[in-house]
Ligand binder design. Sequence first.
Ligand SMILES: Cc1ncc(COP(=O)(O)O)c(C=O)c1O
Length: 324
Amino acid sequence: MPNFQESATAVASYQEKRDQPVKYLLRDGELVDYDDARLHVLSTSLKYGVGVFEGFRAYWSEDEQQLYAFRVIDHMKRLIDSMRVVEIDGPQDIEELSEQLLGLIRANGLRSNLHMRAQVFVDSKDGKPEDTGPSTVFMAAIPMGNYFGGTGLNVQISSWARLSDRSMPPRVKSIANYQNGRLALLEAKRNGYDAALLLTEGGHVAEGAGYNVFMVRQGRLCTPPATDSILEGITRDSVLHLARTELGLEVDIRPIDRTELYSADEVFVCGSAAEVNHVASVDRTAIANGQAGEITRNLQELYRQAVIGKVAADRNWATPVYAS
Ligand SMILES: Cc1ncc(COP(=O)(O)O)c(C=O)c1O
């Protein structure tokens, strides 16, 4: 078995080597060869950056010899919401989309931690920007380990503002939105940081290039509101639930100033790929002693248990992929 504690870079090369081969992807519900999942170069999606997607994970439980897919229904719901907002015609049956994804994993016989993607593109030939169809749905499930390599992140507040609901709705998981986070990440890497956080046009903390943010300050867990230019993360929602029900914490959902992060006791980011990862410094200001704080560590552990259905089992977040 591969070692899934490897770094993000190592994971990329692992995929290239395909030690555990991913034979199929899914196109409109049909299995297609991994190397044969194509989109026309003159499609509306490639010409104008029109498309929506979801990224989610599945976790292998060695004890149970079972793979659990995390919050698949909620991700498919958000995919359909995204299609509605950016006006892409596409499938509307959440259960069917979810079953297709689980079927893809089974067809590939994958039994390890996975990252999955569901993507909807407008595949009109010689497409116009306003085309809403015909759409094509691709799904992929690929082995993936830690996104950040499990260490504390040195984060830069970006000079790029997070896009806003007046221009490119951030609550939509649209491929075009990712240019914004990409610019922030490139800037951060150029300046020697691991990751970027972006502020809203109005100067409040919004989110990162692929993750939401929380801080603990004056003993209270806080995260920006859905109206402060964020993707309404499913991991954020899971963390809010775990903090309230398992740790008995009250959470403040309120605007956060940049300098509140500098004086926070704990800061962490979260997302399906990023999971729950602590922030060691913001703009070179160390958060506490640079180590993960107690609330972050508790939430990390609860999240690890929740993704395999051991915590918050009543929420039915973790779907077994294989018949037991
Ligand atoms: C911009 C952005 N914010 C937040 C998140 C976290 O969202 P989720 O927890 O639903 O994966 C993501 C993850 O894809 C993202 O791309």
